[in-house]
Design a protein around this ligand. Structure first.
Ligand SMILES: [Zn+2]
Length: 67
C-alpha cells in the first residue's frame, strides 16, 4: 500500500483553469507536462466530475501542511 493521502481543495474555491487541469490546484502554477493526479476524481454539486492535478513531484507553495 503506497496510497498518498493529501487534503483536496474545495471545488467551489477553485478557478476554471484549475478545474480543467491547466493549473495546479494547490498553488495555481501553470502545469504543462509536469503534473500529477491529485486524489480521486471529485464530483461537484451538479454531478460534474473533475480530476484535480498538482505540480510534480512537489508543489513549491504549500498551502496545506504536511502530514
Ligand atoms: Zn502547485
Amino acid at each position: 500500500m503506497s496510497t498518498v493521502t493529501e487534503p483536496l481543495p474545495d471545488l467551489r474555491r477553485l478557478q476554471p483553469h484549475q478545474l480543467m487541469g491547466i493549473r495546479c490546484v494547490l498553488c495555481n502554477r501553470y502545469l504543462g507536462a509536469m503534473a500529477r493526479r491529485l486524489g480521486p476524481p471529485l464530483l461537484d454539486r451538479w454531478g460534474y466530475r473533475y480530476q484535480l492535478y498538482a505540480c510534480r513531484p512537489h508543489c513549491p507553495l504549500r498551502r496545506f501542511p504536511e502530514p
